[in-house]
Design a protein around this ligand. Structure first.
Ligand code: ZN
Length: 145
């Protein structure tokens, strides 16, 4: 039952992705590519005073990568940079660990089923990897970690 609901939400967001358009006045941009599946993504952010005011994306990819980008951009608006990074880490945990801390993820928990399909994990995390480079891209020095 719950799985069906999750699947419906993913389908809905892949068919009618939210925030799927280029953004004028974006001050952060990053591109992501998942060669395993062929997913491509361009992410736009408007960050002011350390807060994500707006987020959008363009891309061509499978249902999972599109739905993930759509739900991600929805959940980013109004978050501080730190909150966005925290969300990113939690989302990554949700998909890669056996005992994920799924609380506070809101709708994003719909992707927990993807954990059982390792090949699709990269599809679901593509937008988030792109988010990390967009957030870290401008005023944070690159680390060698
Ligand atoms: Zn994919």
């Amino acid at each position: 039952m719950v799985d069906d609901l999750y699947q419906e939400l993913i389908l809905d967001h892949s068919k009618r992705p939210r925030n799927c358009h280029p953004m004028e006045g974006a001050n952060r941009k990053a591109e992501g590519y998942n060669p395993l599946c062929g997913d491509k993504l361009k992410l736009y952010l408007k960050v002011e005073d350390g807060v994500v005011r707006d987020a959008s994306f363009e891309g061509s990819g499978c249902a999972i990568s599109t739905a993930s980008a759509s739900l991600m951009t929805e959940s980013l608006k109004g978050k501080t940079r730190e909150e966005a990074i925290k969300l990113l880490d939690k989302f990554h945990d949700l998909l890669t660990t056996d005992t994920p801390a799924a609380k506070d993820l809101g709708k994003l928990v719909v992707f927990c089923g993807v954990r059982d399909y390792p090949a699709r994990v990269k599809c679901a995390t593509l937008a988030w990897h792109t988010l990390r480079s967009a957030l870290e891209g401008v005023d944070t020095p690159v680390t060698t970690e």
